[in-house]
Design a binder for this molecule. Structure first.
Ligand SMILES: Nc1ncnc2c1ncn2[C@@H]1O[C@H](COP(=O)(O)OP(=O)(O)O)[C@@H](O)[C@H]1O
Ligand code: SF4
Ligand SMILES: [Mg+2]
Length: 334
């Protein structure tokens, strides 16, 4: 059975300005041990998608439809108790800012222990301390015996993120969701944290959903990439294909706008013109059409008809351009 199967997820927030269509028709599957990235500019619906998996955005004026099948059970129809038992044990989340995930008034050892105790109510104090010590050691915190009794402010940003990762992994989750886990960190620490996530993933066999606005970090540890734009998945492909043969003009734009990790390529950086659309007043047809260099070549179809995800080569793309043009996007065939 598929570990996680998201089917036609739609999330809309009611606001005084109007309905924000944050996520529309998102579907994907995650298999055990897989690493998948969700990429897209800020505001494209990545966090709303991730939070929906754990039902963290219920409550506000929100309408959610679709299915989030965790080993066949729909998270969206679970009771509150059932969702609580899933959080942390089946699926755990690492947030962008470790400070919001940690309580400043408790030692890190106590917090790791409590994360474990939620799902293991019978554990003794001694066991919890052992577990906290082991966890700190596993995520590469030096001198765990001393550090276990310290408070979050006594750690650097990178070390705090390691502690958050330790907390997220303490119950051996089947799925680890990392929402921009390195954004707040400097570049060398970013690389170490990604390495740690990859290492932990190999050790625990968890599936990882890595969310980032930065295509650069994707190549490091993921196998598959989903590119989101204006609340929809516009391309889904292996990491190799995403970089070598992007099959969506937006993905091409992202690639041309980020510094390549591959230093052999000295292409000039070209930012994507324009800005992401308002999710309250989405453009008609393809939401990318006001910014797309190819839109004019299709005789108005781009502004009138929304493209569905379809198979193009070995990727999936939501674009009206013919396959051969999509497969040649990086070749300058425009
Ligand atoms: N609780 C909320 N109420 C209204 N709008 C929201 C809420 N949460 C998120 N949004 C909107 O949904 C859109 C997608 O947000 P998000 O998923 O956080 O983007 P990102 O891809 O940067 O993670 C944004 O326009 C954001 O303003
Ligand atoms: S459907 Fe049209 S506007 Fe949308 S990405 Fe493809 S070419 Fe561009
Ligand atoms: Mg986000």
């Amino acid at each position: 059975m598929t570990l996680l199967s998201v089917r036609d997820l739609n999330v809309t927030f009611g606001t005084p300005e109007g309905d924000v269509r944050a996520v529309q028709g998102v579907s994907f599957d995650i298999e055990p041990g897989e690493t998948v990235a969700i990429v897209g500019e800020s505001g494209s619906g990545k966090s709303v998608t991730a939070n929906s998996l754990l039902r963290l955005n219920f409550g506000a004026d929100v309408r959610i439809s679709g299915e989030i099948l965790l080993e066949g059970r729909d998270v969206l129809t679970m009771t509150e108790d059932e969702v609580r038992s899933v959080r942390g044990s089946d699926m755990a989340m690492i947030f962008q800012d470790p400070l919001t995930a940690l309580n400043p008034f408790y030692t890190v050892g106590r917090q790791i222990g409590e994360a474990y105790a939620i799902h293991h109510p019978g554990a003794t104090k001694k066991e919890l301390r052992e577990i906290a010590l082991n966890s700190l050691e596993k995520v590469g915190i030096p001198e765990p015996l001393k550090r276990v009794d310290q408070y979050p402010h006594e750690f650097s940003g990178g070390m705090r993120q390691r502690i958050v990762i330790a907390m997220a992994l303490v119950n051996n989750p089947k799925i680890l969701i990392a929402d921009e886990p390195t954004t707040a960190l400097d570049v060398t620490v970013q690389a170490q944290i990604l390495e740690l996530i990859a290492e932990m993933q190999a050790q625990h066999g968890s599936a990882v959903i890595l969310i980032t606005h930065d295509l650069g970090v994707v190549a490091e540890i993921t196998e598959r990439v989903m590119v989101m734009y204006a609340g929809r998945v516009v391309e889904s492909a292996s990491v190799e294909n995403t970089f070598a043969v992007p099959t969506h003009p937006y993905t091409r734009g992202l690639l041309k706008s980020v510094k390549s990790l591959d230093t052999a390529r000295h292409e000039r950086l070209e930012p994507i013109p324009g800005t992401p659309p308002s999710l309250i007043k989405l453009p008609s047809g393809c939401p990318f059409h006001p910014r797309c260099a190819f839109a004019d070549s299709l005789g108005g179809r781009c502004s009138s008809e929304a493209p569905e995800l379809r198979i193009v080569g070995s990727s999936r793309s939501a674009c009206h351009l013919p396959d051969e043009r999509l497969l040649g996007l990086m070749g300058g065939a425009s």
